[in-house]
Design a protein around this ligand. Structure first.
Ligand SMILES: C[S@@+](CC[C@H](N)C(=O)[O-])C[C@H]1O[C@@H](n2cnc3c(N)ncnc32)[C@H](O)[C@@H]1O
Length: 285
């Protein structure tokens, strides 16, 4: 949904999911999953995931991680992916069917109201996974509380998300770049999210009776032009910056200045990018 563009400090902010769920964003999520799947599998292995486990993927998007889970837990296990986006859930269910992963199912739901789903019986999941969800929800406490209820005693909540997203920057430093990063972070906050969610998540988990087992930074290092990691945000600019401009968070001039700067940086072998810091957590019930 578009809002009337304003160029002031506080654009109108609808409570929709800020990134949107169009086909280009779905493709971007697939590329992003590929880039971050090694880190995901490392965390899942650390948490002890194995065949026979029941896994809940909260904010599963089009199900890229969930389908990996389905291969790992096998037909003796079960995977339930939930997301509020109907097109993503349809895509995920179609993929599960096409790949004969019938023990993976997907349902449309608000992450804060997991309990309303009949598939989510209290105390029945071994693993719950949230990647890049909690930074977008207005009530992360409610989501963590619902997940804590769904976990078995000893079950684990696994999260991978941002801490200080707005520290993302490039070398050589660029005002045009940093203006847009600040606008992105503001748009997420205005839509009820928190681009620093990993700063508060451990406290939220402890307050819900979970025990923190592991916290770490996931650091792929600086991204340099020409590498796959350089293209991670590159795909995001293409999908999200027109939306950011449409919402009124950046002017057409700021958008154009950013794209010109990005092109210059991409051709500069001396440039590099400090990626938005990603952290991971394992919390046990
Ligand atoms: C950046 S995507 C990440 C998807 C997936 N977790 C992954 O790592 O590929 C964020 C997802 O959260 C979903 N989402 C946002 N707010 C939600 C909510 N309140 N309840 C359920 N899903 C939500 C969006 O529809 C979107 O699919």
């Amino acid at each position: 949904m578009a809002t009337t563009p304003t160029q002031g400090d506080t654009p109108a902010a609808p409570r929709e999911y800020v990134l949107g769920t169009n086909p280009a964003e779905l493709q971007r999520l697939g590329f992003q999953h590929r880039l971050w799947s090694r880190a995901a599998h490392r965390l899942w292995t650390r948490a002890g995931i194995r065949p026979g486990h029941r896994v809940l993927d909260v904010g599963a998007g089009p199900g890229f991680a969930s389908l990996d889970f389905a291969q790992i837990v096998g037909p003796a296990g079960q995977v339930l992916g939930i997301d509020e986006s109907e097109p993503y859930i349809t895509f995920a269910n179609d993929q599960a069917r096409a790949r004969h992963l019938t023990h993976a199912t997907f349902a449309v739901a608000d992450a804060a109201q997991l309990d309303a789903l009949e598939q989510v019986e209290p105390g029945t999941f071994d693993i719950a996974y949230c990647r890049w969800l909690l930074c977008f929800v207005p009530d992360p406490e409610a989501v963590v509380a619902a997940i804590a209820r769904a976990l078995k005693p000893g079950g684990k909540l696994l999260v991978q998300d941002y801490f200080r997203y707005d520290t993302m920057c490039v070398a050589p430093r660029s005002d045009a770049f940093e203006t847009v990063i600040a606008a992105i972070a503001k748009s997420w906050r205005d839509h009820g999210g928190n681009p620093d969610i990993m700063g508060t998540l451990p406290t939220i988990a402890v307050n819900r009776g979970l025990h923190i087992e592991h916290i770490d930074r996931i650091d792929p290092g600086p991204a340099r032009p020409g590498t796959t990691m350089w293209h991670w945000p590159d795909t995001f600019w293409g999908v999200f910056l027109p939306r950011l401009a449409e919402f009124g968070y950046i002017t057409p001039e700021q958008h154009a200045a950013f794209l010109a700067e990005w092109e210059t940086l991409s051709a500069n072998p001396a440039a590099y990018m400090h990626l938005p810091p990603m952290y991971e957590l394992i919390a046990t019930r």
